[in-house]
Design a protein around this ligand. Structure first.
Ligand code: DX5
Ligand code: ZN
Length: 214
């Protein structure tokens, strides 16, 4: 069964603790946290102090999605302040293999993210050592965008490689996830569903979560 990771980008930043606790009361134990630098993506979100603060009020797994240039400069600090899983964009670094090693040496799970236009071929030699691959199903930078349908083909391609090679990485999707797109994704091998605006914007979040998990 797929896991749902609420993306706190769509939570109420004046009441993060309340929103996190509410999700946890419905059984959520993993959160997706978007870090944007206004350089790699055209938006700025949150950074170290916010993650440090919410770490104190939650024991859930924190999946930190770095949409930043030069991730190698900051990865260790994200590990230190409470990230459990860290993903970086392959487009943002020339030292992906070293970065994976660094994240793992710090005892955390390492993920690689692909923008919609980036082919799987570009991470072929990293697939055997990675814990998860995040296929962006929108252009990164903003919540509330529409799912890019052609990414389904990319997900299937990745799932086939995983199957044929006996790899163990998980497949995560991020962007435009709702009941319909969640169904399409989980049917073709997705393990981790990131969901922002659809979940936080719902009147009955508990029901939406249950439906997404199903
Ligand atoms: C977009 C972020 C996503 C975002 C998804 O760049 O990486 O995590 O929160 O939001 P929705 O689910 O609204 O598309
Ligand atoms: Zn994200």
């Amino acid at each position: 069964m797929a896991k749902v990771l609420p993306s706190i980008l769509s939570a109420d930043f004046a009441n993060l603790e309340k929103d996190i606790k509410e999700m946890e009361s419905y059984g959520v134990d993993m959160f997706h946290i978007d870090v944007m630098d206004g350089n790699f993506v055209p938006n700025i979100s949150l950074g170290f102090p916010v993650i440090e603060s919410i770490r104190k009020i939650s024991k859930s797994t924190f999946d930190v999605h770095l949409m930043i240039a030069n991730p190698e400069k900051y990865v260790e600090q994200f590990c230190k302040i409470g990230a459990d899983m860290i993903s970086f964009h392959i487009e943002a670094t020339n030292h992906a293999d070293r970065l994976i090693q660094l994240i793992k040496e710090n005892g955390k799970k390492a993920g690689i993210v692909l923008n919609p236009q980036t082919p799987i071929e570009s991470i072929k030699y990293l697939l055997e050592k990675i814990d998860y691959v995040l296929i962006m199903t929108v252009n990164p930078g903003f919540g509330g965008q529409k799912f890019i349908d052609s990414m389904l083909e990319k997900i299937s391609e990745l799932d086939t490689i995983r199957e044929n090679m006996g790899y163990e990485f998980l497949i995560q999707v991020d962007g435009g996830i709702n009941i319909e797109t969640a169904k399409l994704c989980t049917a073709i091998g997705v393990d981790l569903l990131v969901c922002g605006s659809f979940l936080f914007g719902a009147d009955n979040k508990k029901e939406v979560l249950e439906e997404l998990i199903k």
